[in-house]
Design a protein. Structure first.
Length: 207
């Protein structure tokens, strides 16, 4: 199971999280988010080991700005949380690996994902809320059984030490990894390293 830690912006905290060696580290370029990176220095990301995939998160951003930020920070992945259409996603694959996020609830129509299946590399399934991620709320993971496409997915939305054992029990052939964010913070964007380490240990334990 891959591990992604998302919503980082403080240089020292970024360094401490990188030392835990997650598979992905996420940086949010959405000004309405409390985890907005703002004027993050490129040197801060350059210090992250190359085997950790640096991921930029956007919400309905222009392709031009996304491209500029990929080049500036040398991002490996982009994660799209807005209303980005399939061909928009496909075009970005020339610059980076593309994750398309969707908010799920009991009424979610998985058929809408068909249009994206050859246009993105991964899906991220989060809890459907009025905000774009970082809500700290879970959804009923049983609805994942309705997902039948061949595209792997990351799971997000309220993951914490209290439920990470249950997450490990999810038995889906395309379940690729977890996205850890708000439940592992001392404040918005500042991760609790000890709590993250405990989660990493649980995830990496053999079932």
């Amino acid at each position: 199971m891959r591990i992604k830690v998302c919503g980082l912006f403080d240089p020292e905290n970024i360094k401490a999280v990188a030392a835990l060696e997650p598979d992905y580290m996420g940086f949010i370029f959405y000004s309405k988010s409390p985890r907005f990176v703002d004027d993050l220095q490129a040197e801060t990301l350059e210090a992250i080991p190359s085997h950790i995939n640096k991921t930029a998160i956007f919400v309905d951003e222009t392709a031009e700005n996304i491209s500029k930020l990929i080049d500036k920070y040398n991002f490996d992945f982009v994660q799209l949380h807005g209303n980005e259409q399939p061909n928009f996603c496909k075009a970005l694959r020339e610059k980076a690996i593309v994750i398309k996020a969707f908010g799920l609830n009991a009424d979610f129509d998985f058929n809408q994902l068909d249009a994206y299946k050859k246009k993105v590399d991964l899906f991220l399934f989060d809890t459907k809320t009025e905000v774009h991620g970082g809500s700290g709320k879970t959804f009923d993971w049983r609805i994942l059984d309705k997902y039948t496409l061949d595209v792997p997915f990351l799971l997000s939305g309220g993951l914490s030490l209290d439920n990470i054992d249950e997450v490990k029990k999810i038995d889906h052939p395309k379940f690729y990894g977890v996205d850890l964010n708000s439940k592992f913070e001392v404040s918005a964007g500042i991760k609790d390293i000890n709590t993250l380490q405990k989660a990493f240990d649980i995830i990496k334990q053999e079932n």
